[in-house]
Design a protein around this ligand. Structure first.
Ligand code: HEM
Length: 316
């Protein structure tokens, strides 16, 4: 049964999940310090989310972080990300908290990041701190449009949110991964070779067809069906640029079940039965990798209830 077909109402996700484009983004991954009481952490989180800026702040939890704050229940698939290694590698850098901030104004997004950093300073350490931006036509720094095959409207709800009736319903399993591009080597390819890596044309963004679509293109590795069901996920990645040596994509995706993501990752590194790897991994290197649970807005408010006055209501 799909989310939208269920007779039970689906709890609303955290504000901003479907608010596109979000021209500016900031990502903060944090580890919780040992020996801090759960109540103190919740107090800091409530303060971090209390803001009157015109941005969206979504909060997601790593497996251990969730257990520390909510020992009473957990969504069925929640687990830490572990290193994947076959023809290529994906390192695991699992932390406890992910703040995904996005909005239209860079100043407001940065102000929200500063406010969160100050609110959390006594209880957590920052492990990743990256600004992202939406590029012209939603193009990745490789020059290819990113996000085209994202499910739309009702279908994105089925893809992105845990179905009604399950623990964590309305929330999402999240995967985040910082990819550093080797743009020099990618740009040495001809346009046709680049298109074969991605599986779509560069200028017009049309999917390659038939024999023109290589089995090891990025689209071939990630467009996958299991028992007739498309393993669709909902992506909200943005490019980032830290320096000429460090620029690429902060990948972030949302799914109704974890296996939709893990199957794609295994097919990318070459760990699936066919042993084929994604050509894209020859031109971009994953530096981080974490699984998260982003609870529905009502579950987040319940978690932070005692401290949570002012935590924003969901608006979509
Ligand atoms: C360097 C990192 C990555 C880059 C530059 C990248 C870029 C792209 C581009 C340009 C497309 C084609 C347009 C579109 O439909 O969005 C695409 C499709 C897609 N990517 Fe990625 N991607 C990256 C990593 C990942 C990862 C880690 C996953 C899985 C967890 C993933 C999952 C997908 C999916 C599901 C599609 C749509 C396939 C389809 O149904 O046609 N991507 N990506």
């Amino acid at each position: 049964m799909t989310n939208t077909a269920s007779s039970q109402p689906l709890p609303a996700p955290q504000a901003g999940l479907y608010r596109e484009p979000g021209n500016h983004a900031h990502y903060l991954e944090m580890t919780l310090r040992d020996g801090i009481a759960a109540e103190d952490i919740k107090h800091a989180l409530a303060l971090a989310l209390l803001q009157d800026l015109d941005t969206h702040i979504a909060l997601a939890f790593g497996s251990q972080g969730w257990d520390r704050l909510q020992p009473d229940w957990r969504p069925a698939d929640l687990q830490p990300f572990t290193t994947l290694a076959a023809k290529h590698q994906m390192p695991a850098t699992q932390a406890d908290l992910l703040f995904w901030i996005h909005g239209e104004d860079r100043g407001e997004v940065m102000a929200a990041a500063i406010h969160i950093g100050q609110s959390m300073a006594a209880v957590a350490d920052v492990q990743l701190d990256i600004s992202g931006f939406k590029n012209h036509e939603s193009r990745d720094l490789t020059g290819f449009v990113d996000g085209t095959a994202n499910p739309k409207e009702e279908k994105r709800i089925d893809a992105a949110q845990i179905p009604a009736g399950q623990p964590g319903a309305g929330g999402s399993y999240v995967f985040s991964q910082q990819w550093r591009h080797n743009l020099q080597s990618f740009q040495q390819l001809t346009t046709e070779q680049q298109e074969a890596v991605i599986g779509r044309t560069k200028r017009d963004n049309i999917e390659l067809e038939g024999d023109a679509m290589p089995v090891d293109s990025h689209v071939s590795r990630t467009d996958v069906k299991v028992d007739g069901v498309g393993m669709k996920i909902y992506r909200r990645s943005t490019p980032y640029y830290s320096s000429a040596e460090d620029r690429g994509l902060y990948f972030i995706s949302f799914a109704c079940e974890l296996k939709r993501i893990s199957i794609q990752l295994e097919r990318m590194v070459g760990a699936s039965d066919d042993g084929i790897a994604d050509q894209l991994m020859g031109y971009s290197q994953p530096l981080t990798g974490s699984y998260w649970f982003m609870p529905a807005q009502a579950d987040l408010m319940q978690l932070l209830k005692e401290q949570g006055a002012g935590v924003a209501e969901a608006d979509d």
